[in-house]
Design a protein around this ligand. Structure first.
Ligand code: NAP
Length: 290
């Protein structure tokens, strides 16, 4: 794979390793797939829609990645088992599973329908469980593997209109810690990465004023500058690099960890905007005297 300007890892770091990224055709999942491929892994990207998978695979192959696609609905355990069989047969093994597929939408809890609740909890939590369980025997037989689930930070304090997603991701964190203990003797590490705000399509929709067909880019920029201590929105590659680190030999002794990658966003939420306090990169010169 051609070295991308944003890649900080050696291009042969994960050579010989096979990674499976659910939801790998869009947004953060595509950033994760690109980072793993740039570090030399063979990558399978999986989701429901070929119109998401095929252009993403072409993009990754265009940069030299060895990439395959597989259609899956992570809400269905049979479909997940077929995905794992297909990937391990096609690539000969499965070393790294990234549980990134998820669904989300804003909804007042008082009127959230049982179907809406079920759709999100089944995708985010049940889907993660089905994928972990399907990958376990393959990884155990290979004498080890890496499982990395993409969580969030919104459940650390609670987030109105997201009861379904916050409950599901709290479950993902609990599953991560429990499987880390249960599968350590199988030499499978189980970790999670909790991204902060990253302007993928869903987030842009949240910043699109009612009736408009494009997000309020100025408002988004202001939000990044004022609300995130490190002064910018996240990028898919911020998450991809953490996943690659955990998947690499650097992650050999890390299990049960939930790595927050959010520019300080959740820790700083509710605090004075970062530009108004302190010195250093996040502050303005002289602000420390305010
Ligand atoms: P996204 O682009 O909407 O990604 C979701 C992916 O999941 C899509 O590729 C979708 O592809 C796939 N998917 C959805 N339902 C599926 C199902 N039933 N079976 C298989 N695949 C399914 O959103 P994103 O922002 O990149 O989110 C990626 C991850 O980061 C999620 O776990 C999310 O919770 C987490 N996260 C995001 C942010 C953020 O600010 N963006 C912050 C914190 C955490 P198909 O439609 O083709 O199935």
């Amino acid at each position: 794979m051609k070295q991308s300007p944003t890649t900080i890892f050696r291009p042969d770091l994960l050579r010989g390793r096979v990674a499976l990224v659910t939801g790998g055709g869009t947004g953060i999942g595509l950033g994760i797939a690109a980072s793993l491929a740039a570090a030399g892994a063979e990558v399978a990207i999986a989701s429901r829609k070929s119109e998401h998978l095929e252009p993403a695979a072409e993009q990754l192959r265009g940069s030299g990645g060895k990439v395959s696609t597989v259609e899956v609905n992570v809400r269905e355990p049979e479909s997940v088992r077929r995905m794992v069989d297909q990937v391990s047969q096609q690539h000969g093994r499965l070393d790294i599973l990234v549980n990134n597929a998820a669904g989300n939408f804003y909804a007042p809890t008082a009127t959230l329908s049982p179907n809406g609740w079920r759709a999100v909890v089944e995708t985010d939590l049940y889907g993660t469980f089905y994928c972990c369980q399907a990958a376990h025997p393959v990884m155990k037989a290979q004498n080890g593997g890496r499982i990395i689930s993409i969580s969030m930070t919104l459940h650390y304090r609670g987030w109105p209109l997201m009861a379904h997603a916050t409950a599901a991701k709290a479950g993902v964190d609990a599953l991560t810690r429990t499987l880390a203990l249960e599968w350590a003797r199988d030499r499978i590490t189980v970790n999670a990465v909790a991204p902060g705000p990253i302007p993928t399509e869903g987030v842009k929709q949240a910043f699109t004023p009612p009736g408009a067909d494009a997000p309020d880019l100025f408002g988004m920029e202001q939000y990044g500058a004022d609300s995130i201590p490190l002064g910018r929105w996240g990028k898919p590659e911020d998450i991809g690099q953490m996943v690659t680190y955990l998947a690499s030999p650097a992650g050999d002794w890390i299990t049960g960890a939930i790595m927050v990658v959010d520019g300080g966003a959740w820790l700083g939420s509710g605090a004075v905007p970062s530009g108004r306090v302190g010195s250093g990169p996040a502050g303005r010169p002289g602000d420390e005297n305010l």
